[in-house]
Design a protein around this ligand. Structure first.
Ligand code: ZN
Ligand code: ZN
Length: 134
């Protein structure tokens, strides 16, 4: 039986069978490709410098969400990201507040301005302390 594409497409039943076949092959190829290219032994999440608000412990850890981690030293959940002020070199734990989507735009901006501020000198020139590369 000769492979006739036009004939297959003309016949409804055969066409749907053909399309299913194509989809199965495509998804198998996709799975295989994913399996081959998926990075192996990569831990989830990202690395960040954290500071414990309770004991002051600083550490670079791998995390998915700051809410899921405990202080490696005192097991407190009261952690923040390590941020620093360029003006006075003050380091502080920073937690980005969750902005409500129903906030009015102006309120949100006001909140942002209040949050990204050095607690020591009040400057806005603050940044997350970058994680050192291994
Ligand atoms: Zn702690
Ligand atoms: Zn400062």
């Amino acid at each position: 039986m000769a492979f006739n594409f036009a004939e297959i497409m003309a016949d409804r039943q055969r066409r749907s069978r053909f399309l299913v076949f194509i989809m199965v092959v495509a998804s198998l190829l996709g799975l295989g490709f994913f399996w081959l290219t998926a990075p192996k032994d990569v831990q989830p999440g990202f690395k960040a410098n954290i500071v414990c608000r309770d004991c002051g412990h600083k550490e670079t850890i791998r995390l998915r969400s700051i809410k899921d981690v405990r202080c490696p030293k005192c097991k407190s959940r009261n952690l923040g990201f390590a941020w620093k002020c360029r003006g006075c070199d003050f380091e502080f734990p920073f937690i980005k507040p969750e902005f409500k989507t129903d906030d009015k735009r102006n309120d949100s901006w006001e909140l942002v301005e209040k949050v990204y501020v050095c607690p020591n000198c009040g400057q806005r020139d603050v940044f997350a302390i970058p994680v050192k590369k291994e």
